[in-house]
Ligand binder design. Structure first.
Ligand code: 13P
Ligand code: SF4
Length: 357
């Protein structure tokens, strides 16, 4: 039962003390997030993994790419544990190394590899944090960088200082929303399909591309629509609509603001009591914000429940299992990125971390 699980988790944590630290993403369900020592967006969780010196084990309540990042940024003697190995991210799975390499090769054939008179290379690869360690390594090896939804603008500025154009993967929406806000017209952001081959058609397909977008998307955020925003404005006059930048561009444009999960949380915390918010992001987070802030009215833009099904897979029973194993001195569900991948991936991650305050 839930009460039994709760006792088991608390007992294991108590006996492990500071040897274990639990990190949790905002999208985790309440039953799980209640045990987290630190809750954050994906950028903050990456930083947190780097700055937990006492922990021998980091239990990561989130999804696979976040645990991989935590493993690469934590010390080698710290084990990163993902309580349920089936907690992936369907968007991260939409870009694999082979297809990105194919695209890269075609772009190299089209644009060459030599820097221009200002020293800018033809293409800089930028990967969203929501990607495999192998793709972060690809970016590290090719002069590129990682970004999250909280620093994408700063990262694209960094990239455009070094490159004439950017190849952005896997999320087309974050790439498009960020570049559009920086003044890049939509016509200069073609979407690359993995089966695409430029052949003799390169000009027509690529035009004067500034940002080449991968075709990936988040199935949770793709559901939000302009209709829902209209409906929210009709139902709640004066409502503040805030959405995550993984939403389609017409939704982001129709909203009042957009930002990372932590941005959304801070916007609500900073508002004067009596605020009315319609939020376009994962439902567990929206419902938690609503219950933590009874002084505001907080609703989800989508009235049909839209959880991230993979985040949801971190059930407390897995937590009890991995913690009790640790108590017995066993490490289960460890996420380890081989050094051959971690070394170049860290280059791309550290480029991002050094840009942020
Ligand atoms: P944040 O970096 O805003 O936490 O987003 C991570 C994510 O997976 C959103 O779907
Ligand atoms: Fe991936 Fe979307 Fe879930 Fe975020 S909400 S972890 S992008 S599937």
């Amino acid at each position: 039962s839930a009460a039994e699980l709760d006792l088991r988790i608390r007992a294991a944590r108590h006996s492990l003390g500071e040897k274990v630290v639990l990190l949790g993403h905002f999208y985790q369900r309440d039953e799980t997030i209640q045990y987290a020592d630190f809750v954050g967006d994906s950028f903050q969780l990456a930083q947190a993994a780097k700055t937990r010196p006492k922990a021998e084990a980091i239990v990561f309540c989130g999804v696979h790419f976040m645990a991989e990042t935590a493993d690469m940024l934590s010390r080698d003697d710290q084990a990163v544990i993902l309580p349920n190995l089936a907690a992936g991210c369907s968007m991260a799975d939409m870009a694999d190394l082979d297809s990105v390499q194919d695209c890269w090769d075609e772009l190299a054939a089209l644009y060459g590899t030599e820097p221009d008179a200002d020293g800018r290379v033809p293409v800089i690869p930028v990967t969203y944090m929501n990607s495999s360690a192998a793709l972060k390594a690809f970016c590290g090896e090719h002069g590129g960088i990682v970004c999250t939804s909280s620093n994408a603008t700063r990262v694209l500025d960094w990239a455009f200082a070094r490159g004439q154009r950017v190849l952005f993967f896997p999320d087309q929406h974050l790439g498009r929303n960020t570049a559009f806000a920086m003044g890049i017209p939509l016509e200069q952001m073609p979407v690359w399909q993995p089966e695409q081959h430029l052949g003799g058609n390169s000009e027509a397909l690529m035009g004067d591309a500034r940002v080449i977008l991968w075709h990936g998307f988040c199935s949770v955020h793709k559901r939000f629509t302009v209709e829902q925003i209209k409906h929210a404005r009709h139902r709640h006059p004066g409502v503040r609509v805030i959405v995550h930048p993984e939403c389609p561009i017409e939704v982001v444009q129709a909203a009042d603001e957009y930002g990372s999960t932590d941005y959304i949380k801070k916007a609500i915390e900073a508002a004067a009591p009596g605020g009315v918010f319609a939020i376009g992001t994962e439902i567990n987070m929206v419902q938690r914000l609503a219950s933590e802030h009874p002084e505001h009215t907080i609703v989800c833009l989508d009235s049909i429940i839209c959880p991230c099904s993979t985040m949801y897979r971190i059930h407390p029973s897995y937590l009890a299992w991995v913690l009790e194993a640790l108590e017995r001195g066993e490490i289960v569900n460890r996420i380890t990125v081989p050094e051959s991948v971690a070394v170049p991936a860290r280059i791309a991650l550290e480029r991002m971390l050094s840009l942020s305050p």
